[in-house]
Design a protein around this ligand. Structure first.
Ligand SMILES: CC(C)(COP(=O)(O)OP(=O)(O)OC[C@H]1O[C@@H](n2cnc3c(N)ncnc32)[C@H](O)[C@@H]1OP(=O)(O)O)[C@@H](O)C(=O)NCCC(=O)NCCS
Length: 226
């Protein structure tokens, strides 16, 4: 049964693994981190950022664990004596990062990303500017709960893990009277709509990957819940 909890430092490597599996085919990730070597290094950057975010009082990193029954055979003297042990193994199957509301007068700086060598910083910074402008259009300076990243291991999708993690943000936003805000891939937009989010904006970036002849367009939805 999937169980929601706050992440521990020991979960950081698994969070990075799920991030890369869940977003591995995302066009923006492939444009920003254009080679297998850069993406391999990115996994370490994600792990380091997860460690910092888990320690950050203004970020809640959530994980969902699922327990599965594993059967272990342990060889003793002969095959006749072989013993089978049942063992419950809990593993992280999904993660989400919720940034807490921060007032302008608060002295807070989000733990920085350290991008790997070879990152396409042009595309990364252009996209960051677009997303910042979209949040400002949607909410101005209003402090909000903001979903930074969320992913479920594809082998464990559609078991309700992401729903639990999004509901955590909705409940806290209602309790604190601050809106919840997120950026969604087009594929996941209907998932958020079903949970009550309303599309407020769509942003797109036209970019050209090094060596490519044509330009590509990447789009995402911005959604909010009041
Ligand atoms: C989006 C994502 C996090 C959903 O994770 P999940 O744990 O499978 O979600 P849930 O099990 O809580 O899904 C509940 C419902 O949402 C809907 N849903 C889930 N994923 C969906 C998807 N990719 N497309 C459309 N609907 C989806 C389904 O209706 C599902 O209900 P069902 O099982 O009855 O069909 C996961 O698909 C993922 O990691 N995708 C890649 C990364 C990504 O897009 N992250 C979010 C970007 S902001």
């Amino acid at each position: 049964m999937p169980l929601l909890s706050v992440a521990e430092l020991a979960d950081a490597a698994r969070i990075a693994e799920i991030h890369m599996t869940a977003f591995g085919s995302n066009a923006m990730l492939l444009a920003q981190f254009p080679t297998p070597a850069v993406r391999n290094a990115l996994k370490k950057s994600i792990e380091m950022k997860a460690l910092a975010d888990i320690d950050d009082p203004k970020t809640t990193v959530l994980v969902v664990r699922d327990s599965s029954l594993e059967l272990h055979s342990s060889n003793t003297i002969s095959a006749d004596n072989e013993q089978t042990h049942e063992h419950r193994k809990e593993q992280v199957i999904a993660f989400a990062k919720w940034a807490h509301p921060v007032r302008l007068d608060e002295d807070y700086i989000e733990p920085p990303w350290i991008w790997p060598t070879g990152t396409n910083l042009g595309i990364l910074n252009d996209w960051a500017k677009k997303t910042e402008a979209a949040q400002s259009r949607a909410l101005g300076d209003t402090p909000c709960y903001r979903l930074l990243f969320m992913g479920t291991d594809p082998a464990y999708q559609r078991r309700g893990a992401a729903t639990m993690m999004v509901r955590w943000g909705i409940e806290h936003s209602r309790k604190d009277g601050a809106p919840a805000y997120l950026e969604s891939t087009l594929e996941a937009a209907s998932f958020y709509r079903n949970l009550g989010f309303v599309d407020v904006d769509r942003i797109s970036l036209e970019y050209r990957v090094d060596g490519a002849e044509t330009r590509s367009i990447y789009e995402e939805e911005k959604a909010t819940i009041a």
